[in-house]
Design a protein around this ligand. Structure first.
Ligand SMILES: O=C(CO)COP(=O)(O)O
Length: 252
């Protein structure tokens, strides 16, 4: 049985002071028993976030990182820096990184390999646009994203990675994919992992759904056999995040 993961993605929201205050308040309201809970926060707030959740089982993740070890890459952050700061996860290939900052499948694959090398768990994002869905190419597009992300990643290395299926048309729009739509793609992603590796690896990797997850739709989404939790944007900044975690715990 796969343990559920409930991850918050705060995107470019909240200052370090605000991060500290929200997490200090939230950590006492969240029960982490039987579930993995983490918050991905802006880079400047990572240290504050790690300090704020100290003594709990809540983990902190970054929203991005670079694939080089160190050097003349102004503005970038390395995997070693994240490790030193106490960061355990990193979101890679979020659609906002792909669309606004031009990250492609090759760059994302390099980042995935670097994160794994440093034992940071990558949360690998994939998902189609509305246009692609309407043209019926969702599965083939998402499969290509997954195949590229895992290029030259061994079966052992793939084992602990996490995938987040986030249809772009459902992000920040309030338009959540139906549980059947989300399940269909998550099952296909699991099938794709099985074709790349084997059944055991496919059964081990946690696949999250993201896109307008909130306390009203989480229960139904998490009840789907191939949805192992959520990557939650807007609602992870609100008290309802604790309720979303509860749905994750109960759907075991
Ligand atoms: O992009 C997302 C999480 O990474 C989803 O954002 P929303 O939950 O705000 O739609």
């Amino acid at each position: 049985m796969r343990r559920k993961v409930i991850a918050g993605n705060w995107k470019m929201n909240k200052t370090p002071r605000e991060v500290r205050s929200i997490l200090t308040d939230m950590k006492d309201k969240i029960c982490t028993e039987g579930v993995d809970v983490l918050f991905c926060v802006p880079a400047i707030s990572l240290v504050a976030a790690v300090e704020s959740v100290k003594g709990t089982d809540i983990a902190i993740g970054a929203e991005n990182m670079f694939y080089e070890e160190q050097g003349a890459y102004t503005g970038e952050i390395s995997a070693s820096m994240l490790v030193d700061a106490g960061v355990k996860y990193v979101i890679l290939g979020h659609s906002e990184r792909r669309q606004i900052f031009g990250e492609d499948n090759t760059v994302i694959n390099m980042k995935v390999k670097k994160a794994i090398e440093h034992k940071i768990i990558p949360i690998i994002c994939c998902g189609e646009t509305l246009e692609q869905r309407e043209h019926g190419v969702t599965l083939e597009f998402v499969e290509e994203q997954i195949r590229s992300a895992y290029y030259n990643v061994s079966r052992e290395e793939a084992h602990d990675t996490i995938i987040a299926y986030e249809p772009i048309w459902a992000i920040g729009t309030g338009k959540v994919a139906t549980s059947a739509q989300a399940q269909e793609v998550c099952a296909d992603i699991r099938g794709c992992i099985e074709r790349i590796y084997d059944r055991e690896t496919a059964d081990a990797i946690r696949i999250l759904y993201g896109g307008s997850v909130n306390a009203s739709n989480a229960e139904e989404l998490f009840a789907m056999p191939d949805i192992d939790g959520g990557l939650v944007g807007g609602a992870s900044l609100k008290p309802e995040f604790a309720d979303i975690v509860e749905f994750g715990r109960k759907s075991i």
